[in-house]
Design a protein around this ligand. Structure first.
Ligand SMILES: Nc1ncnc2c1ncn2[C@@H]1O[C@H](COP(=O)(O)OP(=O)(O)OP(=O)(O)O)[C@@H](O)[C@H]1O
Ligand SMILES: [Mg+2]
Length: 408
């Protein structure tokens, strides 16, 4: 189509800006002409539900042209959900080339696993996690031993399977703990990236999910880790909820099938919004064990500080025990941040003066002044759920923690 036609259409549109079919036509032509920015601009005023798909479609093209593939995929998917006739095989195949990269099929599982394990450039184990002794023991009992010593469980007639859901404030080590569980197990740890799965085409997510479970089953014993399980919650925007529900059902089918066949596959989940986790996911055989991952207590904080100070030169004035007692309610991530700030202070002085002194207590004290516990907001919010949504005792360990920490 020629640019003249587009000019003519644009002129007509100026005269009757409320003419939706005309506007849709203009946007289509702009897309064909690869004038994506203008397409986005002209589609913005579209009001009718189905027409709104043009807005997303234009944005998808624009994102793709800017190299933002993830965004482009999500936008395209939204567009097609709003209006099925917008399905565009050519665009789809361009985006699809990249979908193959998604975490959950065949060899790609291994790649994702490697990425996950190499995230901190080394495999971590329970030894890299400060404190949490009780939690580590529970994970051993419900995840590691069943897979490592199945004959003992069999001898006692105990079925293996089901899921363990970790929940707690941000930065307190849920993902870290899962990664360490992978390290302890050594192999067969599969990561399900919900955000990736959810951003796939209609119907595709379920297929990928089934694929992942099949792979885990074929390579049993294995663990499937699902971070941010709340993304499966029913409380998302309407646009997403339809496809999310399909995924939840698929997920339930897989999980239930697993328990019945006594497959040696364990499911480990993590979330910092347990109240958004679909309650169907918490029935027996599904995420039936729920564990609170609290902010580290004083001795644990000292250990976490020690772990993060490993390989850094501290002078004799630094007393980690003292820092630990001044950091109530700090998350593991907050503590790691304190160590970073203290290090940066010493480093910047060394850069200025050329004197490479060790990190000292002043560096830490100044770092402490700049850092605040990031868990309080979560804990206060959680208090409401304990008060008003703990009928099934799901939050009992959280409740005890809040009492002890005197959080109201
Ligand atoms: N117990 C711990 N020991 C050592 N480091 C820790 C510990 N807890 C947290 N950290 C540090 O904090 C960082 C963030 O922790 P992590 O990502 O596991 O938190 P999370 O609970 O998954 O948070 P979110 O809910 O935001 O996903 C880790 O990468 C690690 O450096
Ligand atoms: Mg996490």
């Amino acid at each position: 189509m020629s640019n003249e036609l587009i000019s003519a259409l644009l002129t007509a549109l100026k005269v009757s800006p409320e003419n939706e079919p005309l506007r849709v036509q203009v946007v289509r032509e702009l897309l064909k002409a690869q004038r994506f920015e203008e397409a986005v601009e002209q589609s913005a005023p579209l009001k009718i539900g189905a027409n709104k798909g043009m807005v997303q479609l234009s944005a998808a093209y624009l994102s793709l042209s800017a190299g933002a593939l993830d965004a482009a995929r999500a936008l395209y998917q939204d567009a097609v959900k709003l209006d099925h006739t917008l399905a565009d095989p050519k665009l789809e195949s361009q985006l699809n080339g990249q979908v193959a990269r998604v975490v959950v099929t065949g060899n790609q599982v291994d790649e994702a696993k490697e990425e996950f394990e190499n995230d901190n450039r080394q495999r971590i184990t329970f030894a890299d996690i400060g404190g949490m002794d009780a939690l580590k023991e529970k994970i051993r009992l419900s995840i590691l031993y069943p897979l490592q010593k199945p004959e003992i469980y069999a001898a006692y007639g105990k079925k293996i399977g089901g899921g363990l859901l970790l929940y707690g404030p941000p930065g307190c080590g849920k993902t870290h703990l899962a990664r360490a569980t992978a390290g302890e197990l050594g192999a067969n740890f599969y990561i399900l990236s919900l955000n990736e799965v959810l951003s796939m085409w209609l119907g595709e997510s379920e297929k990928q999910l089934a694929n992942l479970f099949a792979t885990a089953r074929n390579n049993a014993p294995s663990v499937i880790f699902i971070d941010e399980v709340d993304a499966l919650g029913g409380k998302r925007s309407d646009m997403q909820s339809h496809s999310t529900r399909a995924i939840v059902s698929q997920f339930l089918v897989e999980m239930d099938g697993m328990v019945n066949k006594n497959d040696k596959v364990m499911i480990l989940g993590a979330t910092n919004m347990p109240w958004n986790v679909d309650s169907a996911l918490r029935r027996p055989g599904r995420f039936d064990k729920v564990l609170f991952v609290p902010p580290p207590d004083r001795p644990a904080r000292e250990q976490v500080l020690g772990i993060h100070c490993k390989g850094r030169k501290l002078d004799g004035t630094v007393r980690l025990a003292d820092i630990a007692s001044k950091t109530e309610h700090f998350s593991g991530a907050d503590l790691a941040h304190v160590v970073e700030l203290a290090t940066e202070r010493a480093l910047s002085e060394a850069l200025q003066t050329g004197n490479m002194r060790d990190i000292n207590n002043n560096d830490f004290q100044s770092a402490l002044k700049e850092t605040r516990a990031s868990t309080m907001e979560w804990l206060r919010r959680a208090k409401n759920y304990v008060n008003f949504a703990n009928q099934d005792g799901m939050y009992d360990d959280l409740d005890q923690y809040l009492e002890k920490a005197r959080i109201r």
